[in-house]
Write a protein that binds this ligand. Structure first.
Ligand code: URA
Length: 193
């Protein structure tokens, strides 16, 4: 896929490559600074996102916005937010492997166009799709991984954090680790990857 932004947005908006298109209200392409250093990747649209066509606008999105604010970031300012899946899976179930596979070229092309310095994968679905692993978030946190040559860190999904307060402290540690990694990447001290 070699599309530029306008073609890519159009392709997602009219996509019928998997069964999820049948029940969607809106596709959820992604939002933010198209030259961002930071890319946050979630799972897929929920009901609010499906209604509004923007990622992370419901309860989990409020928490994500607070997480960004805690490290002095803001949606749209040097930050891009996207999902693995562009259409809402009915009942917010996890995307089926075939659905994620059909959608993968879109996220991949977004990443190629953005060229972020760092990807933060939010939760198991993002992690398993971007890193092609079944390993737990717990076992993958705290170190730099790579998605096609781009540094990637792993943390919990904000929707999960809303249900699991004890892991909020771990997510905070992950954000601090991400800030440190970004500092190193910006100053060229990326010898560890
Ligand atoms: N959860 C996600 O993973 N993505 C969204 O856009 C909203 C909730």
């Amino acid at each position: 896929m070699r599309m530029e932004w306008p073609g890519l947005k159009e392709a997602v908006a009219s996509c019928v490559d998997c069964p999820l298109h049948a029940k969607r209200n809106k596709t959820v392409f992604g939002v933010g600074d198209e030259n961002a250093d930071w890319l946050f990747v979630g799972e897929g649209p929920g009901a609010d996102e499906d209604a509004q066509g923007e990622p992370f606008v419901g309860q989990a999105g409020k928490l994500l916005d607070s997480m960004l604010a805690a490290i002095n970031l803001k949606r749209g300012k040097n930050v891009y937010i996207a999902n693995v899946i562009k259409c809402r899976p009915p009942g917010n179930r996890n995307p089926a492997p075939g659905e994620a596979l059909a959608c993968e070229p879109y996220l991949h092309r977004q990443i190629e166009l953005i060229q972020p310095r760092l990807i933060v994968a939010l939760g198991k679905v993002a992690v398993s799709n971007l890193l092609a692993t079944d390993a737990s978030i717990a076992s993958l946190r705290g170190r730099l991984h790579q998605y096609r040559g781009i540094p990637l860190i792993v943390t919990y999904h904000p929707a999960y954090l809303l249900r699991s307060l004890p892991d909020k402290a771990k997510a905070w540690a992950d954000l601090c680790f991400a800030v440190k990694a970004m500092g190193d990447l910006q100053s060229g001290k990326n010898g560890s990857i």
